[in-house]
Design a protein around this ligand. Structure first.
Ligand SMILES: [Zn+2]
Length: 317
């Protein structure tokens, strides 16, 4: 029996290697990846619903139109036909934005003054989309796959046949970058952050936005952090001087792309100049996070956004 099984095992091993070896856009880094895109996108779609369930989503108006316009351009250059892109502007003074696997994007109104203009939004969106297209969530989940019961368990969850335990759910949410929702802080690594910066820079330039604005966005983000309460967006990232240095390394490349695709009109015209929320990011409990704030708090609008998410306080990696 053992002998007969061997070819099958070898075939399985080869198949696994083929699945595991994927290249990251632009940086060309090879990554170890065990969770298929179909599963990640299913997790992204279901998480998106729960992320918006108790939120006030801005469905009309200028800001919503701008988000959709920038989203349309970034998604076009990201070139992921299997993504089902969606963009939601969430009414909340939180300094954050995210893109879930499969292209589900959330921006909080609190981050708009830091973005300031359409180019700033394009870079930050490019960065978040970069986490998704570079499969950072999948890569992180691969490292914890056994803890959530393996691929078979995830398939059953997506089919609605079983549920994850609270702990398992926290692992999944943490892996795809929104773990703070359940109090689990699992920042993307510095390598992932720098990689998302490079991809975001290329996306914004390919979409026709001036790439130099990426560097200025991080200055504004750092200034927003100066007030004490570290913005979620910044605090888990590499120091902003360091990430600006990486961006400068790629700037010549980006400028060439920009020159070929430059949009008409002033893409640096200030659109949002209001005050930057100083405490928006620390709502999740004052700890550093790359995800959104924890549930259980109310928005400044008092919109009844009490979350029913279970929270594991002080959760950490
Ligand atoms: Zn990031």
């Amino acid at each position: 029996m053992r002998k007969a099984l061997r070819p099958l095992l070898i075939a399985l091993a080869v198949g696994t290697v083929a699945l595991a070896c994927v290249k990251v856009p632009y940086t060309g880094r090879r990554q170890f990846n065990l969770v298929p895109d179909s599963i990640m996108q299913g997790l992204g779609a279901s998480t998106y619903q729960s992320m918006l369930a108790d939120k006030v989503v801005v469905n009309s108006g200028t800001n919503n139109a701008i988000l959709s316009r920038v989203g349309g351009r970034i998604s076009k250059v990201a070139n992921k036909p299997d993504f089902a892109w969606e963009y939601s502007l969430i009414q909340e003074d939180t300094l954050n934005a995210w893109c879930l696997p499969g292209g589900k994007i959330g921006f909080y109104t609190g981050i708009l003054p830091v973005l300031r203009n359409e180019s700033g939004m394009a870079f930050v969106m490019g960065h978040e989309v970069g986490h998704a297209t570079a499969r950072h969530g999948s890569e992180r989940l691969s490292q914890n796959l056994a803890m959530v019961g393996g691929l078979g368990a995830l398939e059953l969850v997506l089919a609605g046949k079983t549920k994850l335990t609270q702990e398992q759910r926290a692992i999944v949410l943490g892996a795809i970058g929104v773990g703070a929702q359940v109090g689990v802080i699992l920042p993307f690594s510095r390598a992932h952050e720098s990689e998302a910066d490079v991809i975001g820079l290329m996306y914004m330039a390919n979409a026709g936005y001036p790439p130099q604005e990426s560097i200025v966005v991080w200055d504004r983000m750092a200034a927003a952090a100066g007030g004490g309460g570290a913005p979620a967006f910044l605090s888990t990232h590499p120091p902003h001087e360091k990430r600006q240095a990486v961006l400068r390394d790629w700037m010549d490349n980006a400028e060439k792309r920009f020159a070929r695709n430059k949009l008409s009109g002033d893409m640096l015209a200030p659109l949002w100049t209001g005050p930057v929320p100083t405490s928006g990011a620390s709502k999740g409990g004052g700890t550093t996070t790359s995800g959104t704030k924890g549930g259980g708090t109310t928005t400044p609008t008092g919109g009844g956004t009490t979350s029913d998410e279970p929270r594991t306080s002080g959760g950490n990696r």
